[in-house]
Design a protein around this ligand. Structure first.
Ligand code: SAH
Length: 341
């Protein structure tokens, strides 16, 4: 079986060249063709000798993903892509336009194992991890199709990034590689439901990215009732890992909180949240819960504003996330669900 050349980082590609008896400097040339010039076949690599191009073609393939649906919001230019992978599976990315530039939300797995009960990505279950090339190609393909430059990336699409740790780390190295897209990891956010062991591992890499923690509830009883992961790692273990992350990386953490009316938006929830997060170098991002067919969850604007005001008063740095692409169901997992039914 041919090997996926687009999933090797530059060091790995150097080792591959060694392995096939080629000079190491070829790795950099090939990497540029793949990750800067984004060619789709070896025959376009004009500074590579024909014999090597033929050899590469025998041993490797250049992965690609196909756009099978494209939805554009008429409200705010948000574009949602449904991609088909080589094996017929589907994933989604969402391109959003902000004042400071374009941001792409990418998927890291086909489906998800985490089972958060408000999330559309988990309902159809887990199929497999994405390879590094499949994560990168979401960026390259969206850029090529839209003609827009992607300035920032959020790992907040389908899947749990820290449950696909090695490929996500490889992706982060590759997207920030000087020989590739050279995107500063300051412009990358990674969101996790709280795989505590992996948070410690991630801290060791000292990437400059922003870590977002999907908290969604201020105490273990409530959190476990909506997020099964809380039975494996409870809130106090999670907060301990977050503090470690902040002290190792010097970066502040963003806590995501999907506000669900009647579930986690009471004044007492706000008080508990303040007690939990006070003194931590962090930011709270309130998200009006996206309604999905399978659940009767909704958010109430008054309670949401009230909740935000209480957090601010309690000394927490708080924002309410703007909803983009409301007319195209831009929340993660929704399009794949529709398409695969
Ligand atoms: N698995 C990762 C990243 C994917 S989800 C994580 O859990 O963080 C990206 C964010 O959207 C998470 O904060 C997730 O909890 C949130 N989310 C999922 N479904 C939602 C919904 N219906 N409404 C609002 N936020 C939702």
């Amino acid at each position: 079986m041919k090997k996926d050349i687009l999933s090797y980082d530059l060091d790995e590609l150097c080792s591959e060249m060694d392995l096939i008896g080629e000079k190491k400097f070829r790795a950099k040339q090939i990497y540029e063709w793949l990750h800067i010039k984004n060619v789709h076949n070896f025959s376009s690599m004009s500074n590579i000798p024909l014999s090597l191009r033929t050899k590469l073609d025998e041993i490797y393939y250049i992965n690609c993903i196909k756009i099978v649906r494209r939805l554009e919001s008429s409200i705010d230019n948000t574009v949602k892509y449904l991609y088909e992978l080589q094996d017929g599976n589907h994933i989604e990315s969402v391109l959003m336009e902000y004042k400071h530039g374009n941001s792409l939300c990418v998927s890291t797995q086909v489906g998800c194992k985490m089972g958060c009960n408000f999330c559309a990505s988990t309902i159809a279950g887990f199929k497999r991890n994405l390879t590094a090339s499949e994560i990168l190609l979401q960026v390259y393909t969206a850029e090529e199709e839209s003609g827009r430059h992607i300035d920032s990336i959020v790992l907040m699409g389908i899947g749990e990034p820290l449950d696909n740790f090695d490929n996500v780390v490889r992706f982060l190295k590759m997207i920030s590689c000087e020989t590739g897209k050279n995107l500063s990891l300051r412009h990358v956010s990674l969101s996790t439901c709280g795989l505590v062991d992996r948070i410690y591992d991630l801290a060791e890499y000292r990437f400059g990215l922003t870590l977002s923690i999907s908290l969604h509830a201020p105490d273990d009883r409530k959190r476990s009732s909506i997020m099964p992961i809380n039975n494996r790692y409870n809130i106090s273990e999670l907060i301990k890992a977050c503090k470690d992350y902040i002290s190792v990386t010097g970066r502040r953490i963003s806590f995501e909180y999907a506000v669900i009316h009647g579930v986690n938006d009471t004044p007492s929830d706000a008080e508990k949240l303040i007690r939990l997060l006070k003194g931590i170098n962090c930011h709270v991002n309130l998200i009006p819960v996206n309604e999905i067919k399978e659940r009767n969850y909704h958010s109430n604007r008054n309670s949401l504003n009230n909740f935000a005001a209480l957090l601010e008063k309690g000394g927490l740095n708080t924002t309410i996330r703007r909803t983009l692409g409301a007319d195209i169901d831009a929340a993660c997992g929704q399009l794949r669900r529709e398409y695969e039914i």
